[in-house]
Design a binder for this molecule. Structure first.
Ligand code: ZN
Length: 476
């Protein structure tokens, strides 16, 4: 029996076109999905779009489009992004999907209600459309939301509330004891200190007259279900029979929703908790926050068009620290592209394949010599560091391990100078040196599979002859 493995990204808001931050999340999740697939797990990888709420409705109005028309166009771009980045997602869920998603949202609402966790209350508060959440005075900076630099709306209305406070202790315990493991540790502590102040009940609906764009509350057409209550449910609706998630990948801006409200809902519904919540940071552009108003948004499509899918994947995984903020500039991108990809990986592969063909080293039978053992040891060490790094979500360190093996090969080539070998006279030497190098390049391609699937496949193809025989049989 294969082990079930369910991984999700957050679902992207369709108020604006995809940017580099969501590309990072997709790629991180994709590496994990591919890694587990290769390891033999029965993987389900879900992504999608979060389309309801005021933020999307307002963006649509600015473009003179209906919310559905506008949102569908943006959702199509997100779907395209997953394809463009070669994400191996098994499904793509949209919260506007009336067949797949809506019935589950309604069932969840009914479930919460049955538990006595939904009640009606007059409410007065500050709503930030950017956050799609009620915020408090302490979230403000000079009267504006500290994240969105926008004045919140003063709201006074009757809403349905979710009794989150009831689960405060249980949520705290599960986070503390790593029943929900929040990665990194600093984010876990942040959530725990937040819970210590006491979790309050959450407004879970808005009056229909103030917000039409959403799913209406079952048996109350005057209320629309809060977009987060709607959106979080995608993890159930998008992958029937798959819950609980093994890993949920999210950005740091939405961790309260995923680490507090979502577990609260799951407790209320009597469902299992997600096992791991992996939180990534933000990408800054030349040290500045990426924002529409600064006009510094990097379009991932343009980047892929210019440099190729795997180069973008490589840069984001290698340069951006997995759980901290990281910086993008074109200079940094080109530096990595030239030194690591063109010179490092590209050069080694081309050299080894060319030498193997020139020295007619195809189909070598290899003997284990001391020299070979040194290579076997080097690759074993690489695999060990690589698995460890991936278990700890340190994508950059896994790549560093691979590139250390590349350098090891480069040094070996410089030392052995195989270009000076004579294909008639140096048979034994060729067998050994080219054999070692072909073996290592083959291992490098295997190691790259989750990170740069296209490049890996290309290298593996190059390691075969025209008759599709391996240039070198894989060492057991
Ligand atoms: Zn805000």
């Amino acid at each position: 029996m294969k082990k079930k493995f369910y991984i999700t990204t957050s679902i992207a808001y369709t108020n604006m076109l995809p940017h580099l931050g969501f590309a990072l999340e997709l790629i991180q999740a994709d590496v994990l999905a591919r890694y587990h697939r290769i390891s033999g797990d029965d993987v389900f990888f879900l992504t999608g779009t979060d389309e309801h709420g005021k933020k999307v409705a307002e963006a649509a109005r600015k473009e003179n489009k209906s919310p559905l028309e506008f949102s569908s166009q943006i959702a199509a771009r997100f779907r395209k992004l997953a394809e463009t980045l070669n994400a191996s997602n098994d499904s793509f869920i949209r919260t506007t999907d009336k067949k797949r998603h809506w019935p589950v949202v309604k069932r969840v609402w009914a479930g919460l209600r049955r538990r006595g966790d939904i009640y009606k209350k007059e409410y007065k508060g500050l709503y930030c459309v950017g956050c799609e959440a009620f915020i408090t005075e302490k979230d403000l900076k000079e009267g504006k939301c500290a994240i969105h630099y926008k004045e919140p709306e003063k709201v006074e209305e009757e809403n349905y509330f979710f009794r989150l406070s009831r689960y405060s202790k249980e949520i705290e315990k599960s986070i503390k004891k790593n029943k929900i493991k929040i990665i990194p540790e600093s984010r876990k502590n942040e959530m725990l200190s937040f819970i210590r102040q006491g979790l309050k009940d959450v407004s879970f609906s808005r009056p229909r007259k103030n917000l039409k764009w959403g799913i209406s509350v079952p048996n109350d057409d005057n209320q629309t279900i809060y977009c987060w209550a709607d959106a979080l449910t995608n993890y159930l609706s998008g992958a029937p029979g798959r819950w609980p998630a093994d890993i949920q990948c999210i950005g740091k801006d939405i961790q309260k929703f995923h680490c507090l409200i979502w577990p609260g809902m799951l407790f209320s519904l009597g469902l299992e908790l997600p096992k791991i919540i992996f939180v990534h940071g933000f990408i800054t552009i030349g040290g500045q926050k990426m924002s529409k108003s600064l006009g510094n948004i990097i379009d991932p499509f343009n980047l892929v068009e210019k440099y190729g899918t795997d180069s973008v994947r490589y840069f984001l995984l290698r340069e951006i620290p997995p759980t901290e903020d990281g910086d993008f500039t074109y200079e940094k991108f080109e530096a990595r592209y030239n030194s690591d990809l063109a010179k490092g990986l590209g050069n080694l592969t081309a050299r080894v394949v060319t030498l193997a063909k020139k020295l007619k080293a195809q189909g070598l039978k290899r003997k284990i010599t001391a020299q070979n053992l040194k290579f076997k040891r080097a690759t074993n060490k690489t695999w060990k560091n690589y698995h460890k790094a991936l278990r700890e979500f340190k994508f950059n360190e896994a790549l560093i391990a691979i590139w250390e093996l590349i350098s090891f090969c480069d040094r070996y080539i410089e030392k052995e100078r195989p270009w000076s070998f004579d294909s008639a006279q140096d048979k034994e030497k060729i067998n050994e040196v080219i054999g070692n190098l072909l073996f290592a390049v083959n291992e490098i391609a295997e190691l790259l599979k989750p990170f740069m699937p296209g490049t890996s496949a290309k290298i593996l193809k190059q390691l075969k002859t025209k008759e599709n025989q391996p240039l070198f049989p894989r060492l057991k």
